[in-house]
Design a protein around this ligand. Structure first.
Ligand code: ADP
Length: 487
């Protein structure tokens, strides 16, 4: 089985969220299971600088507004997986995020930047780019790669199959319909049964309409996106694909997120020897200038600061939580209004609330190891990784019962308890769950330790889910055409 994963980000080269972690760990797990896996990435500066042993495969020439486009083949650092890189300086060589500038504005030529990615993916899979390699399956991640599915479906003589994974339904890649000619896709797909979405052009629809199989990153989210509440206008498109849509839970990279070997934390520990966690907690309190208070529940947040993540609920609950003795450490970046509000909260509760606005991988590890609990109060959450990192680090997750959070965290009150779960998206419900955790920790340390050990012993690694994807590829390979539009 030859699989081409196509994505805009991959850890450790470029990461804005969980997508990068998945695109790093899933292909590596599949390779260990015998699949022949390669990646295709845009040649962002950190990708060009970070890959190893790059050599040219083909000069593609002028396209999508760029004068010089080349395809390179290189190796990923760490895993050594083969990775194709699109070297198109005019489109990709700029500082900022993969999607926009430092000010948070999207790049105005994102349509061309990601149309190129999907177009090359389909050609590479169909033996039209690297004469030494082709793919059986193109696995396109999020809207950035979705056009690959339309191009694969468009080729009348190809037996390549495509799989589209939705990492977040909220990001759809919408552009003005009048830019259609820039796409390089036949105009017969310019209809509501194709890429058109309420008078706009939707990259995500290229995945939803034309992929042979659609996956999302947790079973609960797979159900949720078929509803108006979570579908962001595309729930009808999801429902119309019926059983072609499946939820496969993300795993975590058990080598990167492992307190027994983590070089970024003050002391190593595991489920049998938790003393190291106490040392990490003391080190974190000292580092961040928090009182060395043993009884305080030390709560962590590691998150994009966006409405999705429900952190406005935490802000509203903070006075009550601080008054009850809870300590909070937050690491995040995102919406300026939330950044400012958390900065102000840290000033109002100095010594009790510490806020670091920024993106800092090593600090994320220190917070996970040092905190007692990690809170994820999301309004919606496709899978969520930080609650799983929390389980692995003996840092009990406090989550809202939604998406992948509902699939991975079970309330301490039940027989499978490994954290704390609440339902309503309100500051009151959030505060009640946090205070419940705080009480349990001081009043019943034995149960707390049992919950920690249950989370730490759980198998959260990728092997099982990677195998499910491989089975899905086999099903797709045996399938006929694409149901839905344009066929
Ligand atoms: P999402 O993809 O919606 O942002 P996930 O929970 O799936 O949420 O993944 C978030 C990933 O990004 C995790 O690996 C988390 O540790 C990391 N992360 C988020 N914010 C920061 C930050 N400010 N600094 C370091 N890592 C962060």
């Amino acid at each position: 089985m030859r699989v081409l994963h196509v994505a805009a980000e991959v850890y450790p080269l470029v990461k804005t969220g969980g997508l990068a972690d998945v695109v790093a760990a899933l292909p590596a797990a599949q390779a260990r299971q015998g699949a022949e896996v390669r990646l295709l990435l845009p040649g962002l500066p950190s990708v060009m600088d970070g890959v190893q042993h790059a050599r040219p495969v083909i000069d593609i020439g002028s396209c999508f507004g760029a004068l010089r486009v080349r395809l390179l083949l290189a190796r990923m650092p760490g895993t050594g997986l083969p990775v194709y890189v699109l070297d198109a300086p005019y489109l990709y060589r700029r500082t900022g995020s993969p999607y926009g500038n430092h000010g948070g504005e999207e790049w105005p030529d994102n349509l061309q930047r990601f149309a190129l990615l999907g177009w090359v993916a389909a050609h590479l899979a169909a033996d039209d780019a690297d004469l030494k390699w082709r793919a059986d399956i193109v696995h396109a991640h999020d809207w950035h790669a979705a056009l690959a599915c339309a191009h694969v479906a468009d080729h009348p003589a190809s037996d390549v199959r495509s799989v589209f994974t939705i990492h977040n339904m909220a990001f759809q890649g919408l552009f003005p319909l009048h830019d259609w000619p820039l796409l390089g896709l036949a105009s017969r797909h310019m209809s509501p049964a194709g890429l058109e979405f309420h008078g706009q052009l939707s990259f995500m629809k290229a995945g939803l309409q034309y992929a042979h199989r659609i996956t999302t990153v947790s079973p609960t989210y797979a159900h949720e996106i078929a509803t108006a509440e979570f579908g962001f206008g595309l729930d009808g498109a999801i429902r119309s694909r019926g059983a072609d849509v499946v939820g496969i839970l993300n795993g975590i990279d058990a080598d990167v997120w492992n307190p027994a070997i983590d070089p970024a934390i003050a002391a190593r520990y595991d489920d049998a020897r938790l003393e190291g966690k106490r040392a990490c907690r003391e080190a974190l309190q000292a580092e961040l200038g928090l009182a060395a208070d043993d009884d305080a529940l030390l709560l962590a947040v590691i998150s994009r600061l966006s409405a999705q993540k429900g952190l406005d609920l935490l802000l509203a609950a903070l006075p009550q939580l601080a008054a009850a003795g809870v300590q909070l450490v937050l690491l995040g970046t995102g919406e300026p209004s939330l950044e400012a509000a958390f900065r102000m909260a840290s000033e109002a509760h100095a010594g009790r609330v510490h806020v670091h606005i920024g993106y800092d991988e090593a600090r994320a590890h220190r917070l996970l190891a040092g905190a007692d609990a990690i809170v994820v109060p999301s309004r919606f959450e496709p899978c969520g990784l930080t609650q799983m990192y929390g389980l692995r680090y003996g840092t009990l997750p406090i989550v809202r019962r939604v998406g992948g959070l509902a699939d991975t965290v079970h309330d301490a009150g039940g027989t499978q308890g490994n954290g704390f779960v609440f339902d309503e998206a309100t500051p009151t419900a959030l505060a009640a769950a946090v205070l419940r955790a705080a009480r349990l920790r001081t009043q019943d340390p034995k149960t707390w330790r049992m919950l920690q050990q249950r989370g730490m012993a759980a198998d959260l690694a990728w092997a099982g889910s990677a195998r499910r994807y491989l089975q899905l590829y086999r099903d797709a390979a045996g399938s006929a055409g694409v149901p839905g539009a344009g066929r």
